[in-house]
Each structure stands twice: as C-alpha cells, then as structure tokens.
Design a protein around this ligand. Structure first.
Ligand SMILES: [Zn+2]
Length: 252
C-alpha cells in the first residue's frame, strides 16, 4: 500500500477512535518499547527532542504513566487509569541514564529497562556499537525509585533457535529480574515455558496491540516506537486505533 494511503488510513482510524471513544469508553493500556534515545542513525533510535515531545503529548492527551508492576496488577484484577501507558527500553543503552532518566523525571514517569547479560556476546545480535549501561551505571539506575531493571537474555539471541540447556542458560536471570523481554520479540512455546520456569512474573513480546485483562502474563504485547513516519503521532500508538491499523494493513 502506498505510504500516503497508509497515512490517510491511520488518520481516519484515529479520527474514528476519538469520535466513538466517549460512548465506547475504551480503556487503554499500552506498553511502548523504545531502544536508544539519541541521534544515532538507527531506525529504532528516537531523538531526545522527539521522546520528550512524546511524553508531553501523552500527558496532554490525558494519559497516565504506569509501571509494569501496575500493568501486572491490572491483569490480576486491579484498576488502572482510563488511559494508561507504560514505558520500556530494550537493550540497556547508556543513554538511558544520561538522556532518558532526566526526561522521565520531569514527567515523574516510571519505566523498565531490559538489559542483556553479556555485552560482548550480544554485540553482533544488537547490530550497533552504541555503549550499554556499565555496572556502575546499573547500580545508580537500580537505586532510582521509579525504575525497574528487567532481563533481555544473556546474548540477545533469537530464542526460536535455541532449546534445552542453551535456552535455559540464555533466559536465566543473573540478578533476580521479575520481567523478561524476548530479544527481537522472538519466542517459541519452549522459550515461553523456559522463561516461566526461570521464575519471572511476566514476559513481553513485540506486537502492535494493547494489553487486555485476559492477556497472557508471558506474552504481553508492546508497540515498538521507531522513526516510522506513517505512525508518527504517539497518541495514535497509545490508542487502539493503532491496533486496528495494524490489523487492516497486515497483509498489504
Ligand atoms: Zn533488544
């Protein structure tokens, strides 16, 4: 489908969503997955200016920033604000401490950063040379009251390619993490079982849809935020209009 048509479709769906929301009383619980917040020339890197603008727009749009702990409590029956959004950051880039945290603090927004266990062994899978949080930085980040550290596997391996002891070794948390994010969003039934058996409370995939009360604790969907110009508006991402859009454009 041509890009201009996609933009028109996304705009129309968002307009429809806003028009019927007062009657349908949608309850939104979205989890956004960012990577590096920097000027790095990567598709998944979002600039600090854009990231700050995202949070401003979400706040002005009536969204509340919630933690993954709040999302899990929601699955277990606790209420959430009508429009709730949780922020996550994959791979554990060093800019999380230097760039992301000061912006999160401005908005008093909680977040979870998913780190890899072995930086050297993860490099080829990460596909970039951006610095990661070192042990000193992790100690400081861990002490922050609104930040949680989750695990993103030892070497950022594609878990679909592993089984048995190699899979268990890849997902075993070295620091008692409660949450796990599948590297690249890749998982298999065996990987889900291995993550569950490793003692995590929940695990997160990449899928453009919302968390529902009935969502599986070990297959919680997240929207990956990229430079994609078609889905430019963060309020669109955070609304179920984005899920409608993905469903309609899935096969074109
Ligand atoms: Zn990753």
């Amino acid at each position: 489908m041509k890009r201009v048509l996609k933009v028109c479709l996304a705009s129309a769906l968002f307009f429809l969503y806003r028009a019927i929301d007062p009657w349908c009383r949608f309850r939104e619980v979205s989890i956004l997955a960012y990577h590096s917040i920097s000027d790095a020339p990567l598709y998944t890197a979002v600039t600090p200016e854009v990231f700050r603008a995202h949070l401003s727009r979400l706040k002005a749009g009536g969204y509340s920033f919630v933690s993954l702990r709040d999302v899990i409590a929601f699955l277990d029956g606790s209420p959430l604000p009508k429009r709730a959004v949780a922020l996550t950051f994959d791979d554990g880039y060093a800019d999380f401490e230097t760039t992301v945290l000061p912006i999160l603090d401005q908005f008093e927004a909680p977040a979870t950063v998913f780190i890899v266990g072995d930086e050297a062994a993860s490099r080829s899978a990460l596909g970039n040379a951006l610095p990661l949080l070192d042990q000193n930085a992790l100690t400081r980040v861990r002490a922050h009251p609104r930040i949680e550290i989750g695990y993103h596997a030892r070497t950022h391996a594609n878990l679909r390619t592993l089984s048995g002891g190699a899979l268990q070794d890849e997902v075993r948390t070295p620091f008692g993490a409660r949450y796990f994010a599948y590297p690249g969003g890749n998982y298999s039934n065996e990987a889900v079982d291995a993550v569950r058996a490793a003692g995590y409370e929940a695990a997160f995939s990449i899928k453009p849809t919302h968390v529902r009360a009935a969502s599986d604790h070990f297959l919680l969907p997240r929207f990956v935020i990229t430079k994609d110009p078609v889905m430019r508006d963060i309020l669109f991402y955070a609304s179920r209009a984005a899920a409608w859009y993905r469903a309609l454009t899935r096969f074109v």
